[in-house]
Design a protein around this ligand. Sequence first.
Ligand code: F6R
Length: 606
Amino acid sequence: MCGISAIASYKPVAEKLFQCLINLEYRGYDSCGMALFDQQSLKLRKNIGNVEEVGAKERFFEMSGNTGIAHTRWATHGGVSTENSHPHSSNDQNFVIVHNGIFSNYKTLRKSLKNKGYQFHSDTDTEVFANLLQEEFKKTPHVEQAFCQAIEHLQGSYAIAMITTHQPDVVFAVKKDSPLVLGINDGTNYVSSDINAFIAETNDTVIIDDEEYVIMTKDNFQVKRLVDGQEVKKKIIKVQWDRQTAQRGGFSHYMLKEIFDQPQTVRNALHIPEEEIGKIAQKFLDKKQSYFVGVGTTYYVAMIGTYLFSQYAGLHVPAISSDEFPSLIPTDQNNHVLFFSQSGETYDTRMAIRKAMEGGAATSAIVNVVGSSISQTVEDCIFQGSGPEICVVSTKAALSQIIILWQIALKVGELNGNLTAEQAHQFRENFNSFPETLETMINEESGFIRDLAAKTFHVRSWLFMGKGIYYPIALESALKMKEVTYLHAEGLPAGFLKHGTLAMVDDSMYCLFFLPYREDSELYHSTMNAIEEVKARNGKIIAFCTEDDKEAQEILDHYFIIPKISPELTPLLEIVLAQLFSYYSALHLGLNIDKPRNLAKSVTVG
Ligand code: F6R
């Protein structure tokens, strides 16, 4: 799980390549490196640490050259060390490569290359490919052919970029099961794992498919099929993410910026074309049984979907975590599975898709990253248009997925007669004002939430509780808290508390309740019962409630005031305010919010 980038340009590329690494750092940040072709020779610098640290240590800015490759790493094969960081070069130093993915047969390849006299300087799977290139070039002194022949030896997943002294102005690249895109600009072309890398420079993108390879110079690119070397005519896609969205724009962290992006990303999600919503909605009607599948935050999005479908469409659509799906759900032609993925690259979700497809199920997905593997695999995909999400923890992408899911639920409800057209219309009307409400809330409440976080950031253990749709909201909010503060936060259904977890509650236990409106009477009263249970054991209680809810305010130790809006919007407001609470708690703890320890943005390994 790493990020790769390459540039061919008419001018020096070091600075831009470094910026690409910064933009890709969410994919991994334990070490990084760059290699540039500089006056007849390849110069390579790499080290351990995050991009900024290594950039300063290795003085990336001083590297000269108009063609280069770069890599930011999240260790899988081989520990975190300078030797294991990329780029890797062949023994004769003529081929230098960066790689994202895993060569599953690398041990066999390494052994056979060692038998031929090659030496290895790292524990990585990647290094074998650099030496394979040298070996194949010995047999066929033609770079393109040697490149294709070397690829033939590979098994596993890969996105690779390569530069060579034999053709100094050219970048070669190839992909299988790992993402690869081109950025096309005037005189400066890019190869990367993700459009984030170059979106500040160009919106013109070409998506590379599996088994295709790329030959790219500063003013040209060719995409060819590995199988027969035939050129493929690729479409240049204009990606609608703007440059500013890709940058931090004055916020202290990407997480905060992305929380504040949400009114806009909700607007974008509300503008997904009706026919895209309708196409996926129809699948729920055509198939006997549908499932929602995602993992981590997107699993909680899937769970929220279960509640939305039950409410609006009168259908029970179970949510399954991607990692459990293959061993749990037998699929056939009567099934439809809707997948959720911000990155579109998550290994567990890709394996779940594979399993669903093998069974003959219909598949669809809601994905943020254009050109990602998942978007290319499923039959129908909605691109959520949330813009780049850089912080490792997901905020705006998840909320957008919920909004899209909610529109699909309404459509299914309308089509299957569970809702009248007027009811569906009324719900949509309510949602249209949500971005403004959200904007006001984030701005007005953030100071208060920050102050509360200052009082509670010492708390070591939290219970986050809610009932009905507020239960997956509590789970997702607890996950956010764990990720950015490293504190224990357990999400559970409010009604479940008395069946065991209540034993933990004493005056040191802090509980955050996702309380609905009083008007949502049944949910409200059963959540209040759980609050009373905690109160009776002297536990500390924080909850969301409306200004006029004096009954709740009397028992709560602290509360977040939420406005009176239509009840279906309240859980969404609460999820956002809980994101802010986690953010400010981590801020007070002085942690690395955008890159929490042990995590990476797209988990492309199993
Ligand atoms: C949590 C988080 C992760 C991801 C999960 C799936 O904040 O971001 O739990 O939701 O790794 O990733 P995607 O959505 O890229 O498939």
